[in-house]
Design a protein around this ligand. Structure first.
Ligand code: SF4
Length: 201
């Protein structure tokens, strides 16, 4: 339980920072080592997602209960772990009828395989945080794609997913603590509208 203590004495990152890192490791360098923030408009999707989330809570409640066996849920739950070195607010913690818990995260995005792979790691991190906080098993999570007509994707966590999530956190701390300049993203198309392209040689 002591790992849940979050007194600011242990450096932590957020699951959103992990997503940004997975899109391009250089985001981590520019934001955390050089302290150059992304343009505000990049945050639009996150803000929009939160606004939409509020309005959809009631509508989704019965749907979730029926389809996933959700018997209770908590909304906007703050989670932190010294062991994982991650903190964040998950949109919802679902209590399922098989005794397990699961995170539900709303994304102001359209569903695609590419985003799913990245968001899956974020879901795994929320899952690990929930498992630690509530001391109950977490073996899956849910992602709601608002721009795909609220399509909900189930994520079944595997050992490989958990290793990938832990590895991403390790990589981020390595960049922050050692200050090395990481490789470019493997998705070159992303560079076209990147706010760092003028300083990213
Ligand atoms: S320009 Fe490309 S490689 Fe550089 S930070 Fe942006 S996305 Fe990453």
């Amino acid at each position: 339980m002591n790992n849940l203590l979050d007194d600011e004495s242990v450096p932590m990152i957020t699951p959103s920072e992990v997503i940004e890192h997975l899109y391009c490791p250089r985001f981590t360098y520019f934001m955390n080592c050089l302290q150059i923030p992304q343009h505000e408009e990049q945050r639009f999707k996150v803000i929009k997602g939160r606004e939409l989330h509020t309005g959809r809570e009631d509508r989704n409640r019965s749907y979730l209960r029926k389809r996933f066996g959700c018997i209770k849920k908590e909304i906007s739950v703050y989670l932190a772990s010294r062991k994982l070195r991650v903190r964040g607010i998950v949109d919802e913690v679902l209590f399922l009828d098989d005794g397990t818990l699961a995170p539900l995260d709303y994304k102001y995005a359209e569903y695609s395989e590419k985003t799913f792979i990245t968001l899956k790691i974020q879901s795994v991190l929320y899952g690990l945080l929930i498992e630690e906080k509530y001391e109950k098993p977490v073996n899956r999570g849910y992602i709601c794609y608002i721009r795909s007509n609220n399509k909900i994707k189930e994520v079944l966590y595997t050992e490989k997913d958990i290793n990938n999530a832990n590895r991403a956190v390790d990589e981020i701390f390595k960049i922050i603590q050692k200050g090395f300049f990481p490789n470019k993203t493997k998705w070159k198309a992303q560079c076209f509208d990147c706010c760092y392209r003028n300083i990213c040689s």
